[in-house]
Design a protein around this ligand. Structure first.
Ligand SMILES: [Zn+2]
Ligand SMILES: [Zn+2]
Length: 170
């Protein structure tokens, strides 16, 4: 049985079909939100301090565990996200490009770590920012996704009612 199926708090926030490619968006309002959480420039050294290893795929370190269940910067700043991405190099968990703050992509620009993996349950794709394409990945250290019963968008209690209108276009 799916652990999320019995959670009564999920249904009000769970989108019927939410993907980062959703196009419904409101430029002005999403910008306001993006700026309000923009100040969440955090210390990435903890996540970015992993040493490189030989004999593995570029940008992928299978031994590194994810930094947590949610976007590192959003959790610290009180923000929210739609979907989560995992840096395949250092384990940084960041929010997707449809999310208000786009912390996964910001992490790539700050760290130079080129590969992300989805951190959504049931998804196993890898994406290379520099190649701008989906690539073959590797078996990363568990967990491979956030908990099944964690709401999408998340985190619980921080998602505004009009979250759909605050998403970025894909
Ligand atoms: Zn974020
Ligand atoms: Zn990284």
């Amino acid at each position: 049985m799916s652990p999320g199926a019995l959670d009564p708090d999920r249904h009000s926030l769970r989108p019927t079909r939410s993907r980062c490619s959703d196009r419904s968006t409101d430029c002005a309002r999403r910008k306001a939100i993006a700026e309000s959480v923009e100040s969440a420039q955090l210390d990435l050294t903890a996540a970015g301090g992993m040493k490189k290893q030989h004999g593995r795929a570029r940008g992928i370190n299978p031994a590194v565990e994810p930094t947590g269940d949610g976007c590192l910067e959003c959790l610290a700043s009180g923000g929210w996200w739609l979907h989560l991405r995992r840096c395949a190099e250092c384990g940084h968990i960041g929010c997707c490009d449809a999310s208000p703050s786009q912390h996964a992509t910001k992490h790539f620009h700050l760290s130079g770590h080129p590969v992300i993996a989805s951190f959504e349950p049931g998804e196993d794709w890898f994406y290379d920012y520099e190649k701008d394409s989906v690539i073959d990945g590797a078996e990363l250290a568990p967990p491979r996704s956030h908990p099944q019963d964690q709401p999408v968008p998340g985190p619980e209690g921080r998602v505004p009612r009009n979250w759909r209108s605050l998403l970025h276009e894909g």
